[in-house]
Design a binder for this molecule. Sequence first.
Ligand SMILES: Nc1ncnc2c1ncn2[C@@H]1O[C@H](COP(=O)(O)OP(=O)(O)OP(=O)(O)O)[C@@H](O)[C@H]1O
Ligand SMILES: C[C@H](N)[C@H](N)CCCCCC(=O)O
Ligand SMILES: [Mg+2]
Length: 197
Amino acid sequence: MKKAFVTGTGTGVGKTIVSAALCLHWKASYFKPIQTGLDSDTETVQRLTGAPAVPPRHHFPEPVSPHAAAKLAGAEIQLSDLQLPETNPLVVEGAGGVMVPINGQHLMLDVMAHFGLPVVVVASTQLGTINHTLLTLQALRHRNLQILGVVQVGEAEPTGTQAIEHYGSVPILFRLPLFSELTPASLTAFVETLHGF
Ligand SMILES: Nc1ncnc2c1ncn2[C@@H]1O[C@H](COP(=O)(O)OP(=O)(O)OP(=O)(O)O)[C@@H](O)[C@H]1O
Ligand SMILES: C[C@H](N)[C@H](N)CCCCCC(=O)O
Ligand SMILES: [Mg+2]
């Protein structure tokens, strides 16, 4: 099944760029159910891939946690409002990391359980990633969510990679290097090197 929910160890780790890579690799559609801030991850993915995209269910202007962005907009995100598109293959991107609140009682983890998709965890290769990644994996397993693997973003760092594989009992699907120029061509060239999933 070429469907995944792309989460990460936090905001700004590279979920959108990894989602774009997966959209190219799987020839998948893209869906970002909850967007906060004036930037649009959907526009970024479409610029880099041309992938079909389902518009966000919620897009709030304040670049803060979804629960707060909704409140500032005089709204509230309901889990029942979030419907998974039928399209296949499909890449869904969360907002921030797994413990990000979407309303007064639900977290991004609840959105992931609601959708029931296998999960890809995006993590930096920088120092600190072992702790962040193992905590994220523990939270996912606590909710019995299927984990496809970890995608690392950044320069190769074998100590962290080996520790995450060993202590996290999880495959590293691939490592996305930092591109000096992030373009459809450079991302496509990288994706052509991917095999096996
Ligand atoms: N492999 C990469 N090479 C170059 N720049 C990158 C790479 N991955 C991410 N970036 C840049 O780092 C910043 C954060 O990446 P990105 O937007 O993918 O994070 P995110 O996890 O999706 O954040 P959010 O939680 O806001 O959705 C962006 O400016 C993006 O262009
Ligand atoms: C605004 C940012 N780009 C994301 N859309 C939302 C990140 C929420 C992070 C909340 C937190 O973990 O403190
Ligand atoms: Mg993003």
